[in-house]
Each structure stands twice: as structure tokens, then as C-alpha cells.
Design a protein around this ligand. Sequence first.
Ligand SMILES: C=CC1=C(C)c2cc3[nH]c(cc4nc(cc5[nH]c(cc1n2)c(C)c5CCC(=O)O)C(CCC(=O)O)=C4C)c(C)c3C=C
Ligand SMILES: [Fe+2]
Length: 434
Amino acid sequence: MTRVTENNESNESNPDIEISRRQLLGTVGAAGAVGLALGATGGALVQSAVSDSGTAGAHGGAGALSSLGATRIAFDGDHQAGITNPLQAKGHVIAFDLAPGAGRKEAAALLRRWSQTARRLMAGEAAPTADTGIALDAGPSSLTVTFGFGHSFFDRTGLTDRRPTALDPLPDFSGDRLDAQRSNGDLWVQIGADDGLVAFHALRSLQKDAGEAARVRWQMNGFNRTPGATGAPMTARNLMGQIDGTGNPKPAQPDFDKRIFVPAVGPGPAEHAWMGNGSYAVVRRIRMLLDDWDKQSTAAQEQVIGRTKATGAPLTGGSETTPMDLAAFGADGKPVIPSNAHARISAPEQNGGAAMLRRPFSFHDGIGADGTPDAGLLFICWQADPLRGFVPVQRKLDRGDALSAFIRHESSGLYAVPPGPRAGEYVGQRLLEG
Ligand SMILES: C=CC1=C(C)c2cc3[nH]c(cc4nc(cc5[nH]c(cc1n2)c(C)c5CCC(=O)O)C(CCC(=O)O)=C4C)c(C)c3C=C
Ligand SMILES: [Fe+2]
């Protein structure tokens, strides 16, 4: 079943799958081959319609769209979009603090405005008020907008008793060099899209929507590989040149949902039920000391990670997806994957099963005062409980990770990301109106 939408008009046959009437007509009307790719990646459904001649821009522009431009991710669903979807080429993360005097009522109105805007932009439509035109001609381009609440949000809105304990501040780590101005925040928004203008359009629209209710606390920009740049889809590389993401939990694994999402129903106090199907995001700006890293030989770099640079295969052999053999020793009597290798120390079997879904963006903010690139990883990871995901792993990495010599954690945030909205609902409604 396909839901047809044109501007605001919709039928309710299937709230998860959306295709604009113009796209549908364009697709059906094409004489040649028609590709209609429907794929579910975890909670958020992805839909793309392409024809020989492409499809017209749902946003109102005249041009034809490639599949990259036409791909649309549903805003409504069990989980918010932007958690299990493939990495997009462009990302923005932005944190806001509620303005002095703003409380629960203003926060609810803001989340309502933001959700309305995000729902429309993710469908490839114009912003509800005073659209800037930045994304005219473009399709939704896999845009996702994801909203979260920081620890301080609950005090500001008088909802302290509804704050889950999982949102307790992260512990200090010895290697942290955190900038408080670029950490935390009442509200957090993650934007991803496969087109830079579409991503910026969303950022600008949401910033304008904030109006007098909230002020920007910090904002960061990131990027990943553009889909289609490689011969076949592959795990992304980071700015150190490593294949990064191999060990991520996979949606097909039976315990995936349990690891990444808060259970839909209990256990836990009823006051925290609003987080059912939600997730917790840990966000760290991690600077890479690239001049130091680039001085290392490839062999030395591979010892730091425990995997080969070219293919991402473990040093114990095989291909990228071959499990690491952590018990293998070389002729020199040393473990083949060194005891301080990053992939060994962070592996779930070394951390009582602790796992997280890493979904980062690279960043490059020019050249720092010391003449080295101000570049690295906007590390974003998702888990049902940070105390069974990020925290134990980072504790261990903090004590003996060979990668520590080449990175610096510069900012940090932890956010409760509520479940996806139902049709007509706004994100966080079950907290703010429950
Ligand atoms: C606390 C969590 C982690 C931080 C912080 C972190 C930073 C970080 N990692 C890389 C590069 C790689 N990480 C890899 C694996 C990996 N890393 C973590 C956790 C953190 N990384 C986990 C849980 C894993 C998976 C371990 C496993 O399941 O085997 C890898 C290897 C490839 C892969 O599995 O993704 C690389 C490469 C950088 C550059 C970085 C900070 C800048
Ligand atoms: Fe890592």
C-alpha cells in the first residue's frame, strides 16, 4: 500500500510509506523501466521512486530527481529517523538552551513547530512558514531530523521527576579535554541528508522556528562519503583513513532492538514510560591529531586499531566481516591483535557484552592555531542505556587504548531521544503532555 501525498493532502492507508502524487504520476507515466525501492532499515522506512526520466522535485522545483534526491525517510514511526538509517553525506548537530522564562508550555509549542517542519521537510515539501527557498529544486535526499532532551531540560520544564536515571551525567574520563560551551544543552537536534543544501535548509528552518523560545548553545557540521562515490556501497572511512563501523550491531541481529532502543513497555517506573522505543545518544567531538597520525607507518596504524587499513579485516586474517581472533598469538609470543588495540578493547566480548550503534560524521573546521587540521569525528552513538553502552567501553578505552595518543575528546553531550511520533503527534508529546 502506498500513501499518496501532495502538499498537505494525504490518505491514511499507510503512515510509514509516503510518495508524492507528482512523483507517483511521473513514475507511472514513464514508458521505460521503473525502479521503486522500498527498504526498511530498522525503525525508519525509506522510500525511493525513480523512472527513466527521473521524478520532479516534490519541493516544488522543476528539475528531475535522481534516486539520491528522491529518497525519502518517514518522520513518523516507532523510532525517530536518523538512528538506524544509512549514514548521510552531510550532517549538522545543534544544541539549544531554552530562553530565560521559557518553560514546559514554550517547550511543547517549540517541539510542535519543529515536528511540523521536520515532517514536511523530510517529505520534500516546503517549510510551513517563510520557507527560505534554499532547497528549492531538490527532493528530500534522505533528510532525517532527530530530536533529543538533555539533562537540564527537565529542570527547566518542571519535569524533573520524569527524567530517566539513564540521563545522569556521564562520568569524567582522564583523557577528556571538554569545552563546557560546546557540551550538553537543553535540547539537541541531529540533521542528516545526502545533499548539503537540503541539510542546511533544515538547519536554518529549525533555527528560525526556535524564535524566542530557545537559543543556540553550540552547533557542529559534519560529512560522510556521498552515496555512489564508491563502486559498491561499503562501510565508511573516517579522516584517519580507517574503515569505521564494521563491528556495529546489525538490525537483523536478534538482540539489536534490545541493545539500541528502550523497551516499549517497562521495566522501569511509569514516569519514564514516555521513553519506550526511544534511545540515548552520546555525542562527542573528537579531534584527531592528524599530523601525528600521518607520521605513523601503515603497519603501525594497523597495530593501533587491530585491523588492516585497506580492507578493515582483522589482523588475524580474513575479510572485513571475519570475526577477530582475540586469542591468536604470533611467533613472537605476542597477541596478533595487540592488547591495547582499539578494536580489541572496545569489542563487546571484552566489555560484558556492552554495545552501541556508532553513527558518526567526520568534521573539518579549518586549520587550528597550531597549524594542524581542526578535524576529527563527531562521534554519535546510540544505545538503550549509556551505562550498558558508551560508559563501560569509554572507561576501558580511557585506561589503555593505543588510539588515545592520536585523539582528543573536546566536547560531550548525552541526550534522551524519545520514540518516533505517531501520525499527527509531535516528538516528545508523551512527555510534555503526558
Ligand atoms: C566509547 C566508544 C568509542 C569511542 C569514543 C570511539 C572512538 C573512535 N573509534 C575510532 C575508530 C574505530 N573504532 C572501531 C571500532 C569500535 N570502536 C568502538 C567504540 C568507540 N570508538 C566500538 C564499540 C568498536 C567496535 C568494536 C567491535 O565490535 O569489534 C574501529 C574498527 C572498525 C569497526 O568496528 O568499526 C575503528 C577504525 C576512531 C577514529 C575514534 C575517535 C576518533
Ligand atoms: Fe572506535
